[in-house]
Ligand binder design. Structure first.
Ligand SMILES: *Cc1c(COP(=O)(O)O)cnc(C)c1O
Length: 243
């Protein structure tokens, strides 16, 4: 299948998933995950109307944006794209990431929060962020343990006035497994509901669901789904660029 056929097929599936869940299509935003795919493919999908794109690696993301802005045909398109940082961000990269993405999905430590706050401190606008939750409490995995969420949220509210907490994100241990991930998505929604009560913040955003399981995520209340493979095809097996 061609890139645009795959993209349209994903849009069809998303329409179907929303209808099946009794949800309005405009309540769920598709993020096209373009990591390890070139700027030219981003341009093709953006030209078809896609606005939100996700990247995992800071260097790759910033380079791709430069490439897009510099290429004659796509500079206007490039200006209309909303970029999402969905990969783990080391705190020493905070200065490159703060202010450079419409939404950072992966805030998971005080150190990163401090780095982002420092980067944004002179800015007029605030940086929208999500907390990344290690939803199944897996050792070795990035993301915040569910039990540590209220304390980090309190810390950010008290110390990081330039960070705008919008919700939660997760990457369940099982993916490409359809309904197997569904209990994890439900769990993320419950954590969001508790954090709403704890903080009084609206927290409208739930970033969950990938190529293999986004229908289940939509059924459990996802507002952002992050889809790479089913749009852009398989990624090269080579080691990704260093974050
Ligand atoms: C790569 C990635 C995705 C996209 O995964 P696919 O299975 O290719 O759709 C979504 N979210 C995160 C955090 C990722 O790293």
């Amino acid at each position: 299948m061609e890139l645009l056929d795959r993209y349209r097929h994903v849009l069809d599936r998303l329409n179907t998933a929303c209808a099946a869940a009794g949800r309005a299509r405009e309540d769920v935003t598709l993020i096209a995950v373009s990591k390890l795919h070139p700027a030219e493919e981003v341009a093709v999908v953006a030209a078809a109307g896609q606005v939100d794109f996700g990247e995992n690696y800071v260097q790759e993301a910033l380079q791709k944006r430069e490439d897009l802005a510099a290429s004659a045909g796509s500079s206007t398109l490039a200006a209309g794209i909303r970029w999402h940082m969905i990969g783990h961000v080391q705190s020493r990269k905070a200065a490159q990431v703060g202010g450079a993405f419409a939404l950072i999905h992966t805030l998971d430590s005080r150190k990163l929060a401090d780095g982002l706050e420092k980067r944004m401190s002179g800015a007029e606008e605030r940086q929208p962020v999500l907390f990344e939750i290690n939803i199944a409490s897996e050792p070795q995995k990035s993301g915040l343990m569910p039990a540590d969420l209220p304390a980090l949220a309190d810390y950010v509210l008290e110390n990081c006035p330039h960070l705008d907490i919008q919700g939660l994100m997760c990457l369940p241990p099982v993916f490409d497994a359809g309904d197997a991930a569904r209990p994890h998505f439900a769990h993320l929604r419950q954590l969001r509901d508790s954090l709403q009560k704890h903080t009084g913040l609206p927290l409208p955003t739930l970033s969950m669901g990938m190529s293999g399981d986004f229908e289940a995520a939509v059924a459990e209340g996802a507002t952002l789904v992050r889809i790479g493979t089913d749009i852009f095809g398989p990624r090269s097996a080579k080691t990704p660029p260093l974050a």
